[in-house]
Ligand binder design. Structure first.
Ligand code: KG4
Ligand code: ZN
Length: 350
């Protein structure tokens, strides 16, 4: 089954063609970071306008790269939420119009289910059940994934998402948005033990996260050391990154042990972090669980993961229709999602 995936939940306009939820024929991502960089976060109004301009060319490019025509597509999968409403509406209404014009089925997909499905786009996905850690700019959550359409949430962040904390520390250091990749590059040149950063393990027995203490520690250190910031920047980045990685690794390891589940996966934009990938592989080898990571280009937002999740939603009989609507925040059908109903996307510019 050939599925066209469409993603426009935040600041990436993406389209992809995927066969049977497994084989990527094409995956095109038009990033808007150049537009938002100087504002230190995503400006929702600008994001929607960029999506309007990009959605058609990106879709055309995905079809061209796959060597296909619109008439070859069997169904469309599109991100329905969570995300920025004005951004989601662009992709969602585009997909709806296209599906009605082509008279093919279409389905709205939860963005977090999409991230979890990025794991099925690499050659050796885990069997069910597995423990999945999702860390992105908007979410940090642990799930027990029991099928393609069922995931039990184990814990969520109580404050910032892990990627959001990277972005905020980068902003404090004057490094612009998004911050994950720049912090990781700086960290490679720094000493992670030079500056002490707190680790919030919350209740040792629980699976919730907190990253605001690390962010505050960074702010206090930056304010107290403004005269030697240039020299200290790599050490701040390394110390902060190591603290985030310690907490993510600890929670994943304990969730796998708690559920006696030897299969784990790490997904979302933060899963592109080289130090995190290295540490999780070591932790898995040491503690006897397998860690599956998507290729780095599928960690960040893309439409191939939406097509993969959509394939399984369609197989399970899910369909969207004329009256379907987008949502900013809501737990997904399979349980993936935050508990709160906060309307603001954490990465929007203040
Ligand atoms: O999944 P994603 O592309 O978008 C959301 O759904 O939010 O994740 C984006 C987040 C940003 O906060 C970005 O700073 C972070 O992922 N990120 C990283 C790295 N690359 C991207 N964080 C840490 N290390 C990286 N190498
Ligand atoms: Zn995402």
């Amino acid at each position: 089954m050939l599925i066209l995936g469409i993603e426009s939940s935040c600041d990436d306009s993406a389209a992809a063609v995927v066969i049977d939820g497994r084989r990527i024929q094409s995956s095109v991502v038009a990033s808007q970071t150049r537009v938002h960089h100087r504002y230190g976060g995503v400006v929702p109004e600008l994001a929607s306008r960029q999506h309007v301009q990009a959605i058609m060319p990106v879709t055309r490019q995905a079809l061209d790269e796959a060597g296909l025509k619109l008439a070859d597509i069997d169904a469309i999968a599109v991100t329905q939420g969570p995300g920025l409403i004005g951004s989601l509406l662009v992709g969602f209404n585009f997909a709806r119009a296209l599906a009605y014009g082509l008279e093919i089925p279409w389905v709205g997909v939860n963005h977090l289910d999409g991230h979890i499905h990025s794991i099925f786009l690499q050659p050796d996905p885990p069997d069910f059940p597995f423990v999945a850690l999702l860390a992105s700019g908007g979410h940090t959550s642990l799930y027990h994934v029991t099928s393609h359409t069922a995931a039990k949430p184990l814990g969520h962040t109580r404050d910032d998402a892990a990627g959001e904390a990277f972005d905020k520390v980068a902003k404090m250091l004057g490094l612009g948005y998004p911050g994950g990749r720049v912090i990781a590059e700086l960290a490679a040149k720094g000493d992670p033990a030079k500056i002490p950063f707190p680790r919030a393990y919350m209740k040792k027995a629980g699976f919730d996260f907190s990253f605001s203490g690390m962010k505050t520690a960074a702010r206090q250190f930056i304010e107290a050391n403004s005269d030697r910031l240039e020299e200290m920047m790599p050490h701040i980045a390394a110390g902060f990154q190591e603290a985030v990685v310690d907490v993510l690794e600890d929670k994943l390891t304990r969730a796998a042990a708690h559920l006696d589940c030897p299969r784990t996966a790490m997904v979302g934009g933060v899963a592109a972090n080289a130090r995190l990938r290295e540490r999780l592989r070591e932790a898995g080898a040491h503690n006897g669980y397998r860690v599956t990571l998507p290729p780095r280009e599928l960690c960040g937002d893309n439409a191939a993961m939406i097509a993969a999740a959509g394939y399984h939603a369609l197989k399970a009989g899910q369909r969207s229709g004329l009256t379907s609507d987008v949502y900013s925040r809501r737990p997904s059908a399979c349980g993936a999602g935050p508990p709160d109903q906060n309307q603001r996307h954490p990465n929007t510019a203040a």
